[in-house]
Design a protein around this ligand. Structure first.
Ligand code: PLP
Length: 911
């Protein structure tokens, strides 16, 4: 973007590292051109090069040789040569051509003056492209030796290597941490014992990032730097392979429990080729996609098919006069890769024993789960599977009322009783936030007081929410476990699977939180902390005290049982409907049989091969380039946020909401405001990520458009029809934009240009239309921004559906209500505008919803079967100006259950 800030303290600069790097090079070329043409001086070039050189040390390209060639030309006053080399490097960084073009690594003099056989071994000239990565080498050797060492690594290359890599050298713990943070191309780290601790540099951005990680400070207290560094790098990028070379007793190091972060320990003077092969092998272990690889092999084989899938092998398509265009459109491979067989190594998704099993195990490794199950019918199905596997009829599930409908339907099917908890409302934007921990704890404490805690099975929450609220997963789980140590968690992370590849977001994922708790459970200090808190709480702590205290669970009693579902297709390169269930459950063996039944119930017996393959491939991509891709998605989001909110014209009509608007201050005790607020430091940001009850996913951007006179639906239509910009969802006065791993800076530029055009149109309209136009605009904005309907909370289930429910707790038997509505004679309809409704609200009898009523937006049920309809809900429905309302026919009105259905009666007589 045009106004990339130069201020080192701005923390969004960190996320901009890849593009900030490109910008710095472009600036350097600009300065060099001025120097060359006599308009500028050499000093400016020298300063810019000096600044940039620090960052470049963490990348293999342009590397030591090209950087010193630049310095030489600068020293020799060779402006023209300098400019041309800088321009080449700059363009290679942007195009990434250096990853496969050896010429990019050479200067013109190299080629002109060096005999061909003396050229440094490069990327293997003339060979087919091989995937390229970089290896961080942490070494005590003096920097003067690095170039020589790089040559030794290159000499190990063999024509049959599948991949090609370049080493990046650093000499200290601090530099190693910085490199791991700023260089997304790293795939492995080689640590030679004996390196130092402090960085060679004192660049302020790096320093502030380092301080925030806490790794440098903690290292001061430890002796064993190698293991400490390995641990630290894993906490930033768990996907990296780490190799340790030591000349001490390697057998002992390898046996150290802390060495679990290390893939292999070598004795320092052992065969370097072994190390080289291990590095390649480690990358291959991530590159391998067992199902996809086999599917490609399968497609190449001649196969005669006598199963029921005519399009397999494409013959029914390509031989047809009438549908051949389908074949031409999709290409032959789609059909060659189609089969309904589970032979030929294709494996069965329902009962995997071969490459699907292996692919799932690799996904489990990537996500930090114990088990992963691929699902080909979307997370809608994943959620139903988990509910069915874990919930028996009558069990209670604490459930966010705003969660995706698959949870509500899952409970209808499973017969579980939802105990709805409400998210905090954001009335001015007609949206909900997330469920406060206090509300969740209250529900648990209520159940405890009613003696019904044993009925509670799952706490089920959406992380992050549609609008980007991220829970403090660790804290939520710890405090719930303190009340019920064996409660199961289901985190619907439909949108959030990518978060695994961001060191900032990972601790707030289901698996990240679970990992932290697992570590905590193993620490002997945890029991002491628990006992100390028990003493402080005393014998019978009051409810207020329990709600106000950050509760510590009893580590001896905790059964850590965590499930995550994710729509892989929503944040990674999987085909639509590709979804996964992640399991980290110490008691999984007790429910495994049920879990498989749930898969058999819900999974198609004809799962789509291409979908399974895409899940396999999506995992490969994230393990090899997810870190950089996610960083890019966050950078794009921060760019958009900054550009919209600071643009002199756009910001008059549009705004991207930040934490102050989206998260009430009481849930931001760490005081975090916004990554873009001047003065915000890395420390602030990380403290917030660790402690705050909710934080925001930057990549989900709520853009207020009501202040430009558009309701969400209108604005969405305008962007789509006129500008070909598709967006995620709408609310009354806002739309949701989402950046993901496919966005580029050009997308940002396009969006900003469009918003500017729309804003300028409004300006013109207001300027030319006179007072009348201004008044009409103001009235429209007021109606959108201030006359917003109150959001109705969940009311309660009707008594007839609460046979065994507790007095204080709100769970209900939704399933009986749902099936009650199958009998037409038990139902009645009342039109929404009928005065009958107002009469019944005043005089009764209660109106009981017969079904789910789900308006889009907001997209969650404002009525569920068996729920008593209150005035708030009616008011909301009457004000609602959306067209799409599932479960509501405007011609007939609200569908209600007559209060005296036999089912309801039977329940009451039984009671
Ligand atoms: C999209 C979504 C689902 C359903 O996922 P599909 O893959 O579309 O079936 C479930 N939960 C949440 C929170 C979602 O956003």
């Amino acid at each position: 973007m045009t106004q990339t800030s130069r201020a080192p303290a701005r923390i969004d600069r960190f996320f901009s590292m890849p593009s900030a790097r490109a910008d710095s090079w472009r600036d350097l070329v600009g300065l060099a051109q001025r120097w060359e043409t006599g308009k500028g001086d050499r000093k400016a070039v020298e300063a810019a090069l000096g600044e940039l050189a620090v960052m470049e040390e963490f990348h293999a390209y342009p590397g030591i040789r090209l950087m010193s060639a630049l310095r030489d030309r600068l020293a020799a006053d060779a402006a023209q040569g300098f400019t041309s080399l800088a321009r080449n490097i700059s363009s290679a960084i942007i195009t990434r051509d250096y990853k496969h073009d050896p010429a990019e690594w050479e200067t013109s003099e190299d080629v002109a003056n060096t005999p061909a056989d003396r050229l440094p071994p490069t990327l293997g000239r003339g060979e087919a492209h091989r995937p390229y990565f970089e290896v961080l080498v942490v070494s005590p050797a003096p920097a003067a030796r690095w170039q020589h060492m790089a040559g030794e690594f290159r000499r190990l290359r063999r024509p049959e290597d599948e991949f090609i890599y370049e080493p990046v050298f650093v000499g200290s713990l601090e530099d190693a941490v910085c490199a791991a943070i700023v260089n997304p191309d790293l795939a492995a780290v080689i640590i030679y014992d004996g390196f130092g601790q402090r960085s060679r540099h004192d660049a302020p951005v790096l320093r502030s990032v380092l301080e925030a990680t806490g790794l440098a400070a903690a290292a001061d207290e430890r002796g064993e730097l190698s293991l400490f560094l390995a641990d630290g790098i894993k906490s930033i990028r768990p996907e990296l392979d780490i190799y340790l070379l030591s000349d001490r007793a390697v057998e002992k190091t390898a046996g150290d429990v802390r060495a679990s972060a290390i893939r292999r320990v070598f004795y320092q003077i052992e065969e370097p080729l072994e190390l080289h092969l291990s590095v390649l092998e480690g990358v291959r272990a991530r590159y391998e996609t067992p199902f996809f690889d086999n599917l490609k092999r399968y497609a190449r084989r001649p196969v005669g098919t006598f199963h029921a899938l005519p399009i397999a092998r494409g013959k029914s398509v390509f031989k047809s006069d009438w549908i051949r265009d389908m074949g031409e459109f999709y290409g032959i491979n789609l059909f060659l890769a189609e089969s309904s067989a589970t032979t030929g190594g294709l494996d069965s998704l329902l009962e995997p024993t071969g490459n699907i099993k292996k692919a799932q195990e690799m996904a489990a490794r990537a996500f930090g789960a114990d088990h992963v199950f691929f699902v080909t019918n979307g997370t809608s199905t994943s959620n139903k599977m988990v509910h069915q596997a874990l919930v028996a009829p009558g069990d209670i599930v604490i459930l966010d009322r705003n969660c995706h409908k698959s949870h509500h339907y899952g409970l209808v099917l499973a017969g579980g009783q939802p105990l709805y908890v409400d998210a905090f409302p954001m009335t001015e934007y007609s949206m909900y936030g997330a469920v406060p921990l206090k509300t969740i704890k209250s529900a648990l404490l209520d159940l405890k007081e009613e003696g019904r805690l044993d009925k509670l099975r799952i706490v089920d929450l959406t992380n992050c929410t549609f609008d980007g609220h991220i829970y403090n997963t660790r804290r939520v789980m710890e405090e719930c476990l303190a009340i019920k140590p064996d409660v199961v968690f289901l985190w619907d992370e439909a949108w959030f699977a990518f978060a695994r590849w961001s060191p900032f977001l990972r601790p707030r994922t289901a698996m990240g939180g679970a990992e932290a708790i697992e570590k905590w459970l193993r620490d002997p200090a945890s029991l002491q902390a628990y006992e100390k808190q028990q003493k402080e709480l005393g014998d019978k702590p009051s409810r207020e005290k329990l709600l106000a205290t950050r509760l510590i669970p009893d580590p001896r009693k905790v059964r850590l049982r965590v499930y995550q579902t994710n729509s892989t297709h929503k944040s990674m390169s999987a085909i639509r409907q590709g979804s996964m269930v992640l399991v980290k459950d110490v008691d999984f063996h007790n429910v495994e049989a049920q879990f498989h039944e749930a898969i058999f119930t819900h999974a198609s017996t004809s799962p789509n091969q291409q979908l399974i393959a895409s899940l396999d491939v999506a995992r490969r991509q994230m393990e090899l380039e997810g870190y950089g891709l996610v960083q890019n998605a966050i950078e794009i989001a921060l760019d958009i946020r900054r550009e919209v909110n600071s643009h002199p014209v756009i910001s008059r009509y549009f705004k991207v909401l930040g934490a102050p608007e989206m998260v009430p201050a009481e849930y931001r005790s760490a005081g975090f405001v916004d990554a873009l607020t001047p003065g915000t430091t890395w420390g602030d940001f990380l403290r917030s990520a660790r402690e705050d009850e909710f934080c925001l996913d930057f990549t989900r951007m709520t853009v207020v458009c009501g202040s430009a006179g558009f309701d969400g639906t209108q604005f969405k239509g305008l962007l789509a029809d006129k500008y070909s910009i598709q967006l995620n969802k709408t609310s009354r006065n806002s739309v949701l934009l989402q950046s993901n791993i496919n966005n580029t800076r050009s997308d940002v530029a396009h969006l900003i240009r469009v918003l500017l055009e729309i804003s300028t149109d409004i300006e013109d309209r207001l300027a030319n239309g006179g007072e009348a136009a201004r008044q009409a605009f103001a009235a429209r904005v007021k109606s959108l921004m201030t006359d917003v309907p109150d959001l109705p909370n969940f009311s309660h289930f009707h008594e007839s559906f609460r046979k065994d429910a507790g007095k204080k707790t709100a769970e209900g038997d939704m399933r009986t209500a749902f099936y009650g509505a199958y009998k037409a004679e038990f139902c009645e309809y009342i039109p929404l505008r009928s005065p009958d409704i107002d009469r019944r609200l005043k005089e009764g009898p209660d109106m009981v919803s017969a079904n789910f009523v789900i308006p889009y937006p907001p997209g969650f049920p404002i009525m569920v079967p068996g729920q008593v309809i209150t005035k708030e809900t009616i008011d909301f429905m009457r004000k609602l100006d959306v067209k799409e309302i599932h479960g509501y026919e405007s011609a007939r009105g609200l569908k209600l259950l007559k209060a005296d259905t036999p089912a309801a009666k039977a329940r009451r007589t039984a009671a």
